[in-house]
Design a binder for this molecule. Structure first.
Ligand SMILES: [Ca+2]
Length: 257
């Protein structure tokens, strides 16, 4: 639906402004390299890799949690539950701490990355959706087209990044991942990942996950693609979705547009 809107915007831009077409971002497809089990009850809101292990944060009130997961088996090795009324959202590890957002409670949680002990909270205005970091700052999405930068020590906002595709704002930016110098973001209610240049906020490429959405979940309003994890040590990229029974390692394949 929204994917179509994005594509339509892209296509019409290309038709109307052929001179700029060469600079329009390409749309690529994701091909599956490997498939692993994923808890089909996990309403995935955050995903990242550290030390070869997968970390995931999940949403829904009363079912929200932070988990450390064995990639091959999908087994949850460690879990910290988030109590009502919080609705868990994105998460990221920075140093020896894990930060996790909640949706509308304007509250974030800080965990000891090893013990999963909750060692603090922080507050931020508005909604919390996705979280990643660029090596020195946390990057937060809130469902708008504007990403926020937070200082990982003070949790104060230190800047913003407006994300655009062909000059137009890209709203509904959701789960985030720093991938080799780019910020990747799921776009809520679409199968698209946008690749964002952190220097300009421009979308420089799109990856369509349509081919790898589990068959029985296609068209689901809840079970959307959400979750990108880049293993900097291996260069591997993993994606999953809310309530998906699988997690895929992917590679970016042929350009389709
Ligand atoms: Ca991520």
């Amino acid at each position: 639906m929204f994917a179509r809107t994005l594509l339509t915007a892209l296509a019409s831009f290309t038709l109307l402004l052929p001179a700029a077409a060469a600079q329009s971002p390409s749309v690529e497809r994701a091909a599956i390299v490997a498939t692993y089990p994923h808890d089909p009850d996990a309403f995935t809101q955050g995903l990242f890799i550290h030390g070869g292990l997968l970390y995931e944060s999940t949403g829904q009130i009363g079912r929200s949690s932070l988990r450390r997961v064995e990639l091959d088996t999908g087994d949850v090795q460690q879990q910290a539950d988030i109590e009502p009324p919080y609705f868990g959202e994105g998460s990221v590890r920075f140093g020896d701490r894990i930060f996790m957002l909640s949706w509308v409670s304007e509250t974030g949680f800080i965990f000891d990355a090893d013990t999963f002990e909750r060692i603090g909270t922080f507050s931020y205005p508005g909604e919390g959706w996705g979280l990643t970091h660029d090596g020195s700052r946390l990057v937060l999405s809130d469902g708008s087209a504007r990403l926020r930068y937070l200082d990982p020590d003070t949790l104060e906002q230190t800047g913003t990044l407006d994300v655009t595709l062909n000059g137009r704002p890209v709203r509904r930016l959701n789960e985030l991942e720093w991938v080799d110098g780019e910020i990747w973001a799921n776009v809520w209610q679409s199968t698209m990942i946008v690749r964002i240049d952190p220097g300009t906020g421009s979308v420089t490429g799109l990856i369509d996950l349509e081919d790898i959405v589990p068959d029985n979940l296609e068209g689901s309003r809840d079970a959307v693609a959400n979750g990108i994890a880049w293993d900097a040590a291996t260069g591997r990229i993993y994606v999953t979705g809310k309530l998906w029974p699988v997690l895929h390692e992917i590679r970016i394949s042929t350009e389709v547009r």
